[in-house]
Design a protein around this ligand. Structure first.
Ligand code: AMP
Length: 290
């Protein structure tokens, strides 16, 4: 595995791969790798000649009161894990390399942000779209891999690629979970032991929505009420949101009769966790964010 820290070093490697006629799969991450990230990398490995992974904690997507400074980082361990899953090229740019000065142009996302995390994390998805667009240009990848764990991000990236005709295939990968159901996340390390014990209640609440929808229940208000009760009673956290929306448009709905997302965000003392389930409903338009 080659490690590159500069844009010029990355471009050199990309040009070499392209002139050898190789396909490129790209996995963007913020590091502190876990099985979720590694699953994306393995899928990229199985579908491309060259796998590029980036590790970059992007300041543009963090609000002033968020955890940019204390976001967990471990370059040595990440490098070892990336090598083990077959990443060919690990791109580790500094903030100065990516943003040598305040960018003259950034992107603004107009759809799919007026809901869920978009409501409390102002500018977050603009920062995501801007860095992802830069990384797409830098890697010139054929395919890019994103987790459904961040389903709103995946919907925004599909919107970005469609709106700006970016020549790349976006591949959504299923959420990887701990044995007790908690979605793997770099931020799980910040849970106190008693919080870690209660956190699986997030997926339990979402699972209740899944089971009820599969059993034929369609009333969104009553689905949300049942799941909220579980979250309030068992998660031991402050609920930021518990929502059921259409997916990937993320519009409010009253009845379940199309593909939906049930999503939750909760705040523990030192960690804000999100999770979701996407439920395709029979006979509805296929979900584009696969
Ligand atoms: P992050 O480093 O948190 O920005 O995540 C990098 C990529 O890994 C994003 O596309 C995430 O959606 C994906 N990801 C994070 N956690 C998981 C998970 N538990 N399962 C699958 N993908 C994940």
């Amino acid at each position: 595995m080659k490690i590159v820290r500069t844009i010029s070093g990355l471009k050199k490697e990309i040009r070499a791969a392209q002139s050898a006629g190789k396909s490129i799969g790209f996995v963007p991450t913020m590091g502190f790798l876990h099985e979720g990230h590694l699953t994306l990398a393995r899928q990229a490995r199985s579908q491309n000649d060259v796998v590029v992974m980036s590790i970059f904690v992007n300041p543009l997507q963090f609000g002033p009161n968020e955890d940019f400074e204390r976001y967990p980082r471990d370059e040595e361990r990440d490098t070892r894990l990336a090598g083990e899953v077959g990443v060919d090229l690990l791109f580790l740019p500094s903030v100065e390399e990516m943003y040598p000065e305040e960018p003259a142009v950034t992107l603004t996302v107009h759809k799919r942000t007026n809901a869920l995390c978009g409501l409390s994390r102002e500018g977050h998805f603009d920062g995501v779209a801007t860095v992802v667009m830069k990384l797409f240009h830098l890697t010139e990848a054929d395919r890019a891999y994103f987790g459904k764990k961040d389903a709103q991000q995946l919907a925004v990236i599909h919107g970005l690629v469609d709106a700006l005709n970016v020549p790349i295939e976006i591949i959504g990968v299923d959420t990887v979970r701990e044995p007790d159901g908690l979605a793997k996340s770099s931020r799980n390390v910040y849970l106190l032991p008693e919080e870690r014990e209660k956190a699986p209640a997030i997926y339990k609440a979402l699972g209740l929505i899944k089971q009820s929808v599969e059993a034929g229940e369609t009333d969104v208000a009553s689905l949300k009420q049942k799941a909220r009760y579980v979250l309030e009673e068992e998660a031991g956290a402050v609920i930021d949101y518990l929502e059921i929306l259409s997916y990937p448009a993320l519009e409010p709905i009253e009845k379940v009769n199309e593909t939906i997302i049930a999503a939750a965000a909760v705040q523990y003392k030192q960690a804000r966790l999100i999770d979701n389930v996407i439920l395709p409903v029979k006979g509805s338009a296929p979900c584009t964010a696969q």
